[in-house]
Design a protein around this ligand. Structure first.
Ligand SMILES: NC(=O)c1ccc[n+]([C@@H]2O[C@H](COP(=O)([O-])OP(=O)(O)OC[C@H]3O[C@@H](n4cnc5c(N)ncnc54)[C@H](O)[C@@H]3O)[C@@H](O)[C@H]2O)c1
Length: 405
């Protein structure tokens, strides 16, 4: 058994920090979740999850007040053998990486950390940031080991994936490499070692690849719809019993807090020569505009439109960078009324699904939550289902999914 470790997570009450903290707290670590969000800190210490994450509520009950606690007091860093930072790394309004929050949080963590401790960057960072942090530590004359270990979970499956997915770890020096390998070997059987710049690119390649993959399907969707054809019928035909097309995704909103901004981080790193990344952005971000353009042809003015599902993806309560909200904004310029609903997203402007459906002339599926599978639409309503969700929910016969074309 590994020695008992004291771990602090900066940004510990967020979507990445909290699941990691929960898992480490069951693997021989005393975990402090440091966060500036006082409400989240209070919720976690009261045993309540601040967001939905499968399997997390039971784990939280098991460890809170014992091997895990949340705090806003940075003094918890002084006792830590390892400090993991997972604060957000957004792009700015010019689509360039915004790394100052990360730098500020690392700088302030360094003030409290003790010499000999390990600092692990877990946020998705712009390539080269690990080296800059490493140089900063040396310039300050501090004996702190720096490592980078990217988070690769998908929201909603974090607890399962943290203990099953391989972990990529990287550091400049053997001792830091050994320490970060030992930390993550506590939670997963497979640890993959890379150089820091390789690991930074590995994470950005992963998210960009997924974003491009969705863009291909969305481009094909737009193409088929433009010719009055049903993309999902074609998708079903080419993927059935044909393993080479297994990676052919369905069409749908490709959004959320990570895929686009990480594609843009890679675009910035390439000196804005990542043509496929920018093209993918135009296609994926253009999908709400395409829907509105098609609806405009059949007349939008004066009509009531319902958007079902405001989270950025199915079964999620996370509305960050959701294209349903972009669609809502576009529709508000042209439709009579826009009614939005979601059973999971905490947004006081949302209405119940019954209210949304009752008033709507046009129904658009924004996020294919499973609870919508059994919905029935009275005759006369126009239904837009880019995902092909109701076609499959209805056993592939397509009875409920009508094209808006
Ligand atoms: N959400 C995902 O599915 C996912 C997956 C892989 C990687 N990532 C990456 O992980 C990072 C974090 O993403 P997230 O979704 O967990 O964000 P989040 O907003 O859910 O969590 C960030 C947390 O950090 C806290 N915070 C911000 N500044 C702080 C500071 N100075 N000190 C202490 N706490 C601070 C916030 O209050 C928040 O609770 C990003 O780089 C993201 O790209 C996210």
């Amino acid at each position: 058994m590994n020695e008992f470790l004291n771990v602090a997570i900066v940004g510990g009450c967020g979507r990445v920090g909290l699941p990691l903290g929960l898992v480490l707290a069951t693997r021989g670590c005393q975990v402090s979740l440091l966060d500036i969000d006082a409400r989240r800190v209070e919720q976690v210490n009261a045993g309540q999850m601040p967001f939905t994450e499968t399997g997390a509520p039971a784990l939280l009950q098991q460890v809170v007040g014992k091997s895990l606690r949340a705090t806003s007091d940075a003094r918890c860093l002084a006792a830590a053998d390892a400090v993991v930072t997972v604060v957000g790394t957004p792009v700015d309004r010019h689509l360039n990486p915004e790394i100052h929050d990360l730098y500020r949080s690392v700088d302030s963590a360094l003030q409290d950390m003790r010499d000999g401790a390990l600092l692990v960057l877990r946020s998705t960072v712009y390539p080269g940031v690990t080296k800059l942090v490493y140089d900063r530590v040396r310039d300050l004359g501090r004996n702190i080991h720096v490592a980078f270990c990217p988070e690769r979970i998908t929201e909603g499956k974090a607890i399962e994936e943290l203990v099953t997915l391989p972990q990529i770890v990287a550091a400049f020096e053997p001792e830091a490499q050994a320490r970060v390998r030992d930390l993550f070997a506590r939670i997963t059987p497979t640890v993959i070692e890379l150089q820091p710049l390789e690991a930074e690119l590995a994470k950005l390649f992963t998210n960009s690849w997924r974003y491009l993959n969705f863009a291909v399907s969305n481009q094909f969707y737009v193409l088929a719809q433009t010719y009055g054809l049903d993309f999902n019928r074609i998708h079903d035909a080419v993927t059935r019993d044909y393993p080479r097309m297994r990676a052919f995704a369905r069409a749908g909103f490709a959004a959320g807090p990570c895929l686009l901004k990480d594609t843009l981080q890679l675009a910035a790193f390439s000196g804005n020569n990542f043509f496929m990344g920018h093209a993918a952005m135009l296609v994926n971000e253009g999908l709400p505009n395409f829907i509105v353009n098609q609806l405009r042809g059949a007349g939008l003015g004066g009509k009531t439109v319902a958007i079902l599902g405001m989270a950025f993806k199915a079964e999620s309560d996370d509305p960050r960078e959701s294209l349903s909200y972009k669609l809502k904004k576009l529709l508000e310029l042209e439709a009579g009324e826009v009614l939005c609903t979601d059973p999971y997203v905490p947004d006081p402007t949302l209405v119940s699904v019954e209210r949304a459906l009752a008033g709507a002339d046009i129904v658009i599926l924004g996020a294919p939550h499973a609870v919508y599978a059994g919905l029935e639409f009275p005759p006369g309503k126009q239904v837009v289902d880019i995902w092909g969700f109701w076609r499959h929910a209805a056993g592939g016969c397509g009875t409920m999914a009508q094209s808006h074309a």
